[in-house]
Design a protein around this ligand. Sequence first.
Ligand SMILES: C[S@@+](CC[C@H](N)C(=O)[O-])C[C@H]1O[C@@H](n2cnc3c(N)ncnc32)[C@H](O)[C@@H]1O
Length: 392
Amino acid sequence: MTPAARVQTSIELLDTIIEAARTKGAPADRILAEWFRNNRFAGSKDRRAIRELVYAAIRACGPVPANGRAAMLRLAETDESIAPLFDGSNYGPAAIGDGEEAAEGGIAPVWLSEKLAASDIEGAEADALLGRAPLDLRVNTLKAERATLTLPLEAEHTAAPHGLRLEAGTQVEQWPEWREGKVEVQDTGSQLACLAVNAQPGETIIDLCAGGGGKTLALAAAMDNLGRLIASDTDRGRLSRLAPRTERAGATIIETRLLDPKREFEALADLEGQADAVMVDAPCSGTGTWRRNPEARWRLDEAELARLTTLQAELLDLAARLVKPGGRIIYVTCSLLDEEGSGQFSTFLDRVNIFEAQDFSLPAGRKRGNGMRLTPYHDGTDGFFIACAARP
Ligand SMILES: C[S@@+](CC[C@H](N)C(=O)[O-])C[C@H]1O[C@@H](n2cnc3c(N)ncnc32)[C@H](O)[C@@H]1O
């Protein structure tokens, strides 16, 4: 493909991504993967260039752009190699018209930037939300040790005790060490959230919103495969992805429970007042993970945020019913909005007043309200709020 054709293809893909964000359709990475699958004429260099252009254009725009062309013109304002490719050539984009407007820049739609600023995420902190995430691994201590593991590429140690860092895009899934379950792909922030659980061998721990089980696997390793570890979620598809991962990781103590939305307690009733720890890795706006899916900024609206904060409160209340006396709740959200993080957690402590905030220390992060905050800017991790509530 010519460089101009790559730009035009990226514009068309951006049109699809923008429309999907407006209508809560497929995420950008899936849209790109499908296009690459259906257009085999695009070679690996074309695919890499198109991916770069599409993500750079998404990052360059704050509010939802009118269309892909406006998004690409926004990128052209900072990347001078792009404007000359609007040359009207075969398969290339039409020449830039007089007074043609580029999309608006910024961190996010205005309402969301304001909410972030009110949560002290502005300036360099906000800019870093749209950086590029490295590839972090967790060494699975059920099968290997960071100190002795050799990998095909040299990796640096992260702040997490079993964490390693590689360049974004490293194809670890092709490594024997990944296939043998010695390493898992997991952001350092997620690893530190699991560390805050302080999971011990022999405990009963519920990972209430386990999804595909990234954190469940880290908890199983911390528990040294001893005790009970219940992974629950309302999403059958996500939860079903846990089984092959469990097998690869050699985790033997994980039980999965599929929950019914609004009737979550029913599937967990036998665990009422039984858990040493409940981890609530709550569904959230994901403002801390924009490095990976920057178009998520365009999917969120105030109604969706309100739905999420209500659900988070309900899940905290459910966790409170499951914890035994002397047990703990670990609340985790990959959002940096206080209303999903420190605000949500403080409101919970006031509402269910038998719980007390418990201090804990992590090798990264700073205190925020009754918990800790990790940010891409300060900690080089995804953005997280992590807090612990103890039941006396
Ligand atoms: C932040 S993700 C969890 C990620 C997962 N813990 C991991 O480390 O890979 C939030 C999860 O909450 C789940 N969820 C949404 N509503 C729920 C509910 N009512 N009860 C339990 N889980 C729910 C979603 O399906 C999603 O998998």
